[in-house]
Ligand binder design. Structure first.
Ligand code: SF4
Ligand SMILES: [Zn+2]
Ligand SMILES: [Zn+2]
Length: 301
């Protein structure tokens, strides 16, 4: 199988783009698609400082690598959730990447921030870990980006992630969530712009990219992701894609074309949290500070 662009042997076939790519052209395509999304959605300018949220997985470490190669000033942020072996290993992959590339990595840990890891927090609050994880991560990512003076916070959501989220939102016709699903979420008072430069890059392309570029990453998923609805939705989309290549990219691009027709999401009135000063829609303490307070009130073990 020959590469669509040169004489070399192809290592990746992308049916949705009708391409066969050699290693060199896999790299060129992934970086071009990321750059295209950055320009198209005006995510950030070359002189702006970006913070990349890294989890140790292929997408976020791959994104950090891509942004650096494209000449952007990108630092990394890793949030240690304290999920035993998984967190220890994923943290090591992030630190190794930063060290090998001479990049700045900031590490925040739930143990230091809240006095306990995610599993303990979930137990104390009587909920599932994932129910608290998203809010805690969003808070810490935004606070770190805000305090560090970054112009944007970039996450590694890829085409498969975005298409699965879109399918989930569409199955519920959740107009509020659909209106909020966009590759750029604008900045607000003490809220840093959120961007997703990999929306046009598929999971398979990211695996190949990391392999070719020698990026070592954690293969395991978070243990709490077992049985997650997003995995089920991705599986459905993969089956559709097998039958009709380009289902995912067409689904996402068609949505983005009509996104402006959706009713604007309700703007929550934001106040400053009396404890940390970060924005919150809640009366009184923000959710993060409420969790912190609850954890501090725990009876000592
Ligand atoms: S699967 Fe893991 S990382 Fe994802 S939301 Fe749940 S606890 Fe957090
Ligand atoms: Zn080639
Ligand atoms: Zn607060």
């Amino acid at each position: 199988m020959r590469c669509s662009f040169c004489e070399k042997e192809a290592v990746l076939r992308l049916r949705h783009a009708n391409l066969r790519l050699c290693p060199e052209h896999v790299v060129a395509r992934v970086e071009k698609e990321a750059q295209k999304a950055i320009h198209e959605f005006r995510m950030f300018a070359p002189e702006e400082k970006i913070l990349v949220a890294v989890s140790g997985g292929k997408d976020s470490l791959g994104l950090w690598h891509i942004l650096t190669k494209l000449g952007y000033k990108a630092d990394g942020l890793y949030i240690d959730l304290g999920i035993s072996e998984y967190s220890r290993r994923s943290r090591e992959f992030c630190q190794e990447f930063a060290r090998n590339h001479g990049l700045n990595l900031q590490v925040l840990s739930l143990q230091e921030e809240l006095g306990a890891g995610l599993d303990e927090i979930a137990k104390a609050l009587r909920g599932e870990p994932c129910a608290h994880c998203g809010a805690i991560k969003r808070y810490l990512m935004n606070r770190a980006a805000w305090e560090g003076g970054y112009a944007a916070l970039a996450t590694g959501h890829n085409l498969d992630d975005e298409a699965a989220t879109l399918l989930g939102n569409t199955l519920r016709w959740d107009l509020e969530y659909l209106a909020r699903q966009y590759p750029v979420l604008p900045a607000g008072p003490k809220l840093v712009r959120k961007v997703k430069p990999l929306i046009y890059v598929s999971e398979r392309e990211m695996v190949a990219y990391c392999l070719i570029e020698g990026i070592r990453y954690i293969y395991e998923e978070c243990p709490h992701s077992v049985g997650a609805r997003s995995i089920f939705l991705k599986d459905i989309l993969n089956r559709l894609e097998d039958e009709a290549p380009s289902t995912k990219i067409t689904f996402l691009k068609s949505f983005l074309r009509v996104h402006h027709k959706l009713p604007a999401p309700k703007e929550a009135e934001l106040r400053e949290c009396p404890s940390c000063g970060m924005p919150t829609a809640a009366e009184g303490l923000c959710r993060f500070c409420r969790i912190k307070e609850r954890m501090a009130q725990r009876a000592p073990a």
